[in-house]
Design a protein around this ligand. Sequence first.
Ligand SMILES: [Zn+2]
Length: 353
Amino acid sequence: MSRADMTTSMTPATTACPCCRMVDVLLPSPAYTRCTCCGHRWRMSSGVVGARYYEALVARNDLQTPWFKRKIADRVAALSALLTPQVERVLEVGCAEGALGEAIKARFPLAYDGLELSQDRELARARLDQVFQTYANQVESQPYDLIVSFHVLEHIPDPAEELRAWSRLLATGGKLLIEVPHQAGHPLLDNDRNPEHLHQFTPASLTVLLAHCGLTCHELSLGHYESPVYPDSIRVIAQPRRQPDELRAQLVQRFEKLLGGPFIAYAIGGDFLNYVAPLADALDIRALVDSAASKWGQQVGSHIVSGYDEAVHGALPILVCSIKFGAGIRQQLLAAGIAVDRIIGLETVYEGA
Ligand SMILES: [Zn+2]
């Protein structure tokens, strides 16, 4: 059965909310079911969108209207903020006629592919590098550094399945930018009567759906403009959730890059215990040093805390392990004649990660 067939014939296998999965808090209405937990509203079918409905559509956008130009300008700005030099491949799910991709390709040297079911795909093919005329779960391609999708997810019967299909196409470290109407999509409308729309998202329902699909929401903003009747959209930037061992390995790499090998940990307090000690078995810590004599002789892990001794410690980098008192400690170390390039603050390991 095709996805389009499912739109009209799929019946609810469960009454659980498709986003937060709550099963006993549903308020049915003639048009939509509403989850009282996350506020999501949905319907299994509008009764209008039938088999191969989207494949038959053509000229979905009028490129000359001022609201279309406003929408594209806003989206160009949003994408531009994400297009670091590392982003070489972009996929737009629901690229329509390819106007956004064309504007991006005019500004950035990257590959921009699209996915479009409607006949507008033919216009997109003249503007983009490659256009798929299929569902995302059937796309075979090299992975993408950025996948964007504007006003698509609310059309999809099973948005969780769709998000997993998009995740499968992401490169390691890749990001998703997703925009959907915020509930009705207009602050003065209580309901979205667009027959193509099956889902009305809230910030809560979208973020919890992302979480259920193994994605972490890094940014969420409201009020994005799609058109005069959809001026209120939710936009999120998300990434596949990173596993604890992956996070730990990246953090250890940052220590190694900044310290270059064995080092002395200076200032053995709460920040050391919270932000250095948990990684101690992967770091080459040669000594624990503190200026407070009251700490000398204490055992922390496999080391005994001592005072600084130039004869013993003088050749190694010093990691100042206090975020709060780091600036003052740095001044003390400089005043004691320690070279500035031997002193590294713990904050430099954690900032900008
Ligand atoms: Zn819910």
